[in-house]
Design a protein around this ligand. Structure first.
Ligand code: ATR
Length: 265
């Protein structure tokens, strides 16, 4: 049975084992998908040991090791290079192939399940860390009319906007004029919403939080209260990025709809 691991810190509450378990069942495959909680700083040694002892076929990587994983791989895809992070590793002999399925997961969920096209849209990405970078790397090729990145610390937004060839704005300069607003900050981890003005949601078609929870996140509540017509959390993206990883490893494309319904329920 092929072995796959999720490497991160913390990982105990991750839905990924359930998601991959449902994918495998659907595709009539048997896989062994396990989580490993690794102490920060110990990623490279730990992965080396795991590979020797367990001979895994692949691994997903989550916070805070996506950059370490990019360094560890012997080869990485263009989208992983552009995101500066790897969330999917495939092991083959001495080679480690790294990919990043987060951005594609976001786009697939938005355009598929949500039925929202990015073509010709004015998009605001809030945040300038790893998550924002991954989303920007994916949406830049989707024909958006204008992409703006904004961040609490403006210097990080300027640097990221320059690198990705998009616009930037300070929180205080944000106003109406966005069709799609994406919260790619980690504010949800501390049960908060970024301090952006509510006016950004006035003409907004959809506000997406990359963070997910059982109940609407603070960002989703703020967007709804500010007049946004539709809000979504990051559960769909999580399932779609897992489906991309599953396809890379096993060549099969699972149907994500029943998995979303089961986990949302
Ligand atoms: P990740 O990989 O999840 O993106 P990260 O690289 O640490 O994590 O980046 C966290 C992002 O969330 C940053 O853009 C951070 O803003 P700063 O650069 O100003 O720190 C943003 N962030 C975290 N908490 C926030 C909060 N309470 N309000 C607004 N932005 C927040």
């Amino acid at each position: 049975m092929k072995k796959f691991f999720l490497l991160g810190h913390p990982v105990s509450h991750s839905l990924s084992p359930r998601i991959h378990g449902m994918f495998a069942e659907q595709c009539h495959m048997q896989i062994d998908y396990r989580t490993y909680d690794i102490e920060p700083g110990g990623f490279i040694d730990y992965v080396g040991r795991l590979r020797l002892e367990e001979n895994p076929a692949g691994a997903n990587v989550t916070l805070p090791f996506k950059r370490d994983a990019a360094d560890y791989c012997t080869e990485i895809t263009e989208r992983a290079r552009s995101a500066g992070a790897v969330n999917t590793m495939t092991f083959s002999g001495n080679h480690v192939y790294g990919d990043n399925t987060d951005g594609a997961g976001f786009v697939n969920d938005l355009t598929g399940r949500c039925g929202v096209s990015l073509l010709g849209k004015r998009v605001l990405v809030i945040g300038a860390g790893g998550a924002a970078r991954g989303v920007l790397a994916a949406i830049c090729s989707q024909g958006c009319a204008r992409i703006t990145v904004s961040n609490r610390t403006i210097g990080a937004a300027i640097a990221l906007a320059d690198e990705m060839g998009v616009h930037y704005a300070a929180f205080t300069d944000l106003t109406t004029g966005y069709d799609i607003v994406i919260n790619a900050t980690s504010a949800g981890l501390s049960n908060a919403s970024p301090a952006v003005p509510g006016t950004i949601f006035k003409d907004c078609e959809i506000a997406c939080d990359l963070f997910y929870a059982k109940t609407p996140t603070p960002f989703m509540r703020f967007a709804s209260e500010s007049g946004c017509r539709r809000v979504e959390d990051g559960l769909g993206m999580l399932i779609e990025q897992a489906a991309e990883s599953f396809h890379i490893w096993l060549g099969a494309r699972p149907d994500t709809k029943p998995v979303y319904a089961a986990l949302r329920g």
